[in-house]
Design a protein around this ligand. Structure first.
Ligand SMILES: *[C@@H]1O[C@H](CO)[C@@H](O)[C@H](O)[C@H]1NC(C)=O
Ligand SMILES: *[C@@H]1O[C@H](CO)[C@@H](O)[C@H](O)[C@H]1NC(C)=O
Ligand SMILES: *[C@@H]1O[C@H](CO)[C@@H](O)[C@H](O)[C@H]1NC(C)=O
Ligand SMILES: *[C@@H]1O[C@H](CO)[C@@H](O)[C@H](O)[C@H]1NC(C)=O
Length: 256
């Protein structure tokens, strides 16, 4: 009898332990399902995150946060990720980015913010104002910036200030209607600019004059009705210019 009771007790204990292990295990699996990481990268794809994770190893080089619901980014979210080279936050409902967010990741080389809800209204206007002052000020290593598929309307003339190494700039599928004449003055390394599918209705002479390394310029599906002589002045390396699906009826000679 004694041993019978003992067995029951053991089973009860085991049940208890089993129940606890299931809880522990469930938490563990949940954590694993949200983010998976190895020595150099972490991925939190489609993980219902509302803020970037704080528990990934601080020495990772790559962080992927695509398909989450992260409306707001600030420097605290990236504190200590000093080795980060590539950050992807695509399709994650990002609307607002604090001014100095990316100063926390001084070695960032590639930033993908495509398919979010960045706008030039309310929060978005802050984004642009703040980009003007500090956001990219210390990002000399940034080579790739993807802001495609947002709702950007205005590009401030100082928006890309400090991006000395920027090679690839994707701004396609936004609502940009004009480009300030000196917007590319501080981005001499640009090789590829994609402005397809915006509302650009005119280009100022000299807008691209500092871009002696630019090879590809995409301007299709905008609202351009004419191109003035001198518009593409300075683009000595250009070998691909896309002006399809605008409303250009005549081209002046020597536009390039
Ligand atoms: C991760 O780092 C550990 C310790 O430094 C090393 O033994 C292991 O091989 C590394 N794994 C990979 C996939 O690089
Ligand atoms: C994200 O996960 C949900 C639920 O598991 C799934 O229905 C959806 O298709 C996933 N989305 C993507 C882009 O993988
Ligand atoms: C983004 O927000 C929309 C509307 O609030 C929502 O339907 C969608 O699921 C969100 N996307 C993700 C990836 O959570
Ligand atoms: C296209 O340009 C013509 C004049 O060249 C103008 O009459 C017409 O309204 C323009 N169409 C659009 C959609 O802007």
């Amino acid at each position: 009898m004694g041993s019978h009771i003992k067995i029951i007790n053991t089973l009860m204990n085991m049940n208890h332990i089993w129940f606890l292990s299931v809880l522990v295990l469930t938490n563990f699996l949940h954590a694993e399902a949200s983010c998976i990481w190895g020595n150099s990268s972490a991925s939190c794809f489609n993980s219902s995150l509302t803020t970037p994770p704080t528990d990934v190893p601080r020495n990772i080089l790559y962080l992927e946060l695509n398909y989450n619901n992260i409306p707001y980014l600030s420097p605290e979210h990236f504190t200590g990720l000093v080795k980060l080279l590539k950050l992807m936050i695509v399709s994650s409902n990002v609307t607002d980015i604090d001014a100095d967010t990316f100063t926390a990741v001084p070695n960032l080389g590639e930033l993908y913010l495509a398919s979010n809800s960045l706008t030039a209204l309310e929060q978005g206007y802050n984004l642009i104002k703040e980009i003007e002052t500090e956001t990219f000020e210390h990002q000399q290593d940034l080579t790739t910036l993807h802001l495609s598929h947002n709702n950007l309307e205005f590009i401030d003339k100082s928006m890309f200030k400090g991006l000395d190494s920027l090679k690839i700039l994707h701004l396609d599928n936004n609502k940009i209607s004009s480009l300030p004449v000196d917007v590319f003055e501080n981005t001499p390394s640009l090789v590829n600019i994609d402005l397809n599918q915006n509302n650009i209705n005119a280009l100022h002479i000299g807008t691209f004059k500092s871009l002696s390394k630019l090879v590809v310029l995409e301007l299709s599906e905008n609202k351009l009705s004419s191109i003035q002589t001198g518009t593409f002045e300075g683009l000595i390396k250009l070998n691909y210019l896309n002006l399809a699906f605008n409303n250009i009826s005549t081209l002046e000679p020597k536009i390039i």
